[in-house]
Write a protein that binds this ligand. Structure first.
Ligand code: PHE
Length: 358
């Protein structure tokens, strides 16, 4: 019965080989070597012809049993390997839900945007509209229509960023402007929006215009080459300096507190007559005088005045019928006064540690 014994031994070897196969490739090798067409079992079956015919059924049955046993061993082992591989994969992909998460950085409204919105709110509350104009402006809108003489020093390339490399003022007169010719510059003030608004709307006009302006200053603790202003303009029947004062007193108290006092000092602007600068009583010493207000008790906050009749005429508005006032405030300056900022340059950094404080 040596063929039966060979079959038994084959089963024992198969069991060991399958158990010790470390990879799916090794297992496949074992399957081919044991059960394949040139494998060990096939080899043994070929010897059937050499044994007595009456023994053949018994050997054949045994051979089938061995084949079935080996096949099921192979099947079990491959299942086991797949389960292990899956276990490793899951372990590798495991997420520890108890670990602290990565907190996404959340933005914060910039202090300047906050103050602009607050100023808009104050004026929208008394019926003003919010207007805007481009940062690249014609020198006509930025200067000429605002009654600035052609030789006004603020027009020089030292005080104004010109966009094209031509001599300032070369094509800047009303007729040239009417044909679309005017020097282009980065606006030095938001006052050009007064012109744009008066050219596109009829009185009554009650508007504010916040926006970015540019001047060739080197950035330091109290200067920035670009900053923000809020312009205001009122044109209506019978507007007086009293309206200007009442409006700006209201604005100053809304922004700085009801206990603040205002002071109107004569000044000059080409586009307003009379003109003034407006000071607010110092919030640190309440007007007594301290180092913050340079011992004057006052802090300058606004430029303003009654719209010069020439400006109304430039915009096709009859100064005999209408009058108005205009004002402008620096937004960074308001921010610095409110929060006692030691260095305006912090407003340009986008540093969340700074911005998130407000
Ligand atoms: N445009 C002026 C400035 O930049 C401010 C101002 C605006 C003054 C409106 C009077 C009226 O200094």
């Amino acid at each position: 019965m040596s063929l039966i014994e060979d079959l038994e031994q084959l089963e024992v070897r198969a069991r060991e080989r399958i158990a010790s196969a470390a990879t799916q490739d090794k297992l496949e090798e074992a399957r081919v070597a044991l059960l394949g067409r040139k494998g060990e079992l096939t080899g043994l079956m070929r010897m059937m012809g050499k044994i007595a015919p009456e023994e053949r059924p018994q050997v054949g049955r045994r051979a089938n049993e061995v084949r079935a046993a080996v096949e099921s061993l192979l099947g079990e082992r491959i299942d086991e390997m797949r389960r292990e591989a899956q276990k490793h994969r899951l372990a590798a992909e495991a997420i520890d839900v108890t670990l602290p998460g990565v907190r996404p950085l959340i933005g914060h409204q910039h202090l300047i945007s906050q103050i602009i919105e607050e100023i808009e709110d104050v004026f929208c509350g008394i019926g003003y509209t919010v207007e805007s104009g481009p940062q690249v402006e014609t020198s006509y809108n930025n200067f000429t229509a605002l009654n600035a003489p052609m030789d006004h020093p603020s027009r020089s390339a030292r005080d104004t960023f010109y966009v094209v490399d031509n001599a300032p003022g070369t094509v800047d007169h009303p007729e040239a402007h009417a044909h679309g010719e005017s020097d282009l510059l980065l606006r030095t003030q938001t006052s050009g929006v007064q012109i744009r608004t008066m050219l596109s709307q009829r009185p009554p006009i009650y508007m504010v215009a916040p926006g970015r302006v540019f001047r060739p200053d080197t950035a330091d603790a109290s200067h920035l080459p670009q900053f923000n202003q809020v312009e205001g303009l009122v044109v209506d029947h019978g507007i007086t300096f009293g309206d200007l004062k009442g409006t700006l007193d209201h604005f100053v108290r809304a922004m700085f507190g009801e206990d603040r006092r205002t002071r109107y000092r004569p000044h000059f602007f080409p586009f307003t007559e009379p003109s003034c600068e407006i000071d607010v009583s110092c919030g640190v010493c309440h007007g007594e005088g301290c180092s913050f207000c340079k011992h004057s008790g006052w802090i300058e906050i606004l430029g303003a005045g009654m719209v010069d009749p020439n400006v109304l005429v430039n915009c096709g508005i009859d100064p005999e019928e209408y009058s108005g006032f205009a004002f402008g405030a620096g937004v960074e300056r308001i921010a610095a006064l409110r929060y006692d900022l030691p260095d305006l340059r912090a407003l340009m950094t986008g540093d969340m540690r700074f911005l998130a404080q407000f």
